[in-house]
Design a protein around this ligand. Sequence first.
Ligand code: SF4
Ligand code: SF4
Length: 337
Amino acid sequence: MERMKIGKEKFGDFLAALDKQLYAPQKVGETLRFVPITPEDKLDLEFSNTTVPPKSVLFPQTETLYRYELGKTDLNLPDDEAEKVLLGVRPCDARAMAIVDDLFSWDYNDPYYQGKREKTTVVGLACSDPEVNCFCTSVGGGPASTEGLDLLLTDLGEVYLLQPLTEKGNNLCREAAEVLEQATEEDAAAAEKLHQEAAGKIVRKVDTEGVTEKLMELWDHSLWQDLSRACLGCGTCTFLCPTCYCFDIQDEAEGLEGRRCRVWDSCMFAEYTLHASGHNPRPTVRERTRNRVNHKYSYFATKFGKIACVGCGRCINLCPVNIDILNILAEVIKEAI
Ligand code: SF4
Ligand code: SF4
């Protein structure tokens, strides 16, 4: 389908035409995160990026896998997932979904994640004003990158330009055809200009060429001690990273009933690798920080052929002690032979 457009004043009509559960960024306490909305809700898409990435919809922080009752063999599995639309996903976070997809369909097809993913249409919003710590262009992305998206919106001031990218994106445009207009060549050219200008505003950069091998050369280097010393082990950098997917399985029981849940976990927590014997192969922040960076830039890249970092900058913006993954990478590049 060709590019379409819609006046911002009619955007609610576009949403109302979609017979799906809608999710969009909304303020929840101090955080901006994807939550269920209705077409009548006030939408504010003028954000630079959400605090909590949209992975929280497909891979919730706490997810019931099943409910059980002592003495019964039937497991009470969650209901079928509804069709969803994620609205206003930034292109870096959409690329992150494509990375997480690889993990949840690698050695095991995770039915909980895949069930939601298959029924989700991802509507992106091109960035016009990247944040100071964004570095998507260094890791294969860009402010209007389309990987992982079904439909890309570009804010042209009075109107949104809609660029369908997949059959799911085409279907949304068909469902809402009555409120959409055909975009002109001028609209497409204006969007292209905005995309290029946004890419030009990204100031932080890193040369990732050969970084996978360099990280292995520096396994025992003192830089890990020096650059991780301030780490508090709070896990913020991993919980809020759109490509982190570590989880734990926990049971919550009350009386004769209970539920088994999947909950987010973090390799930055001391207990993460603690063995029952008391031995911990990653006993300090040095080993945990090295693992976090190696996982993104070496282990995942070696296994799946792509770096598991999309340059969203959250781990830099939100670390309480200013540990900066770009500074770590710069040090790695400088120290490697
Ligand atoms: S490692 Fe940091 S910059 Fe990279 S995707 Fe995760 S949170 Fe974003
Ligand atoms: S956010 Fe900062 S302090 Fe917290 S675990 Fe990550 S690197 Fe350490």
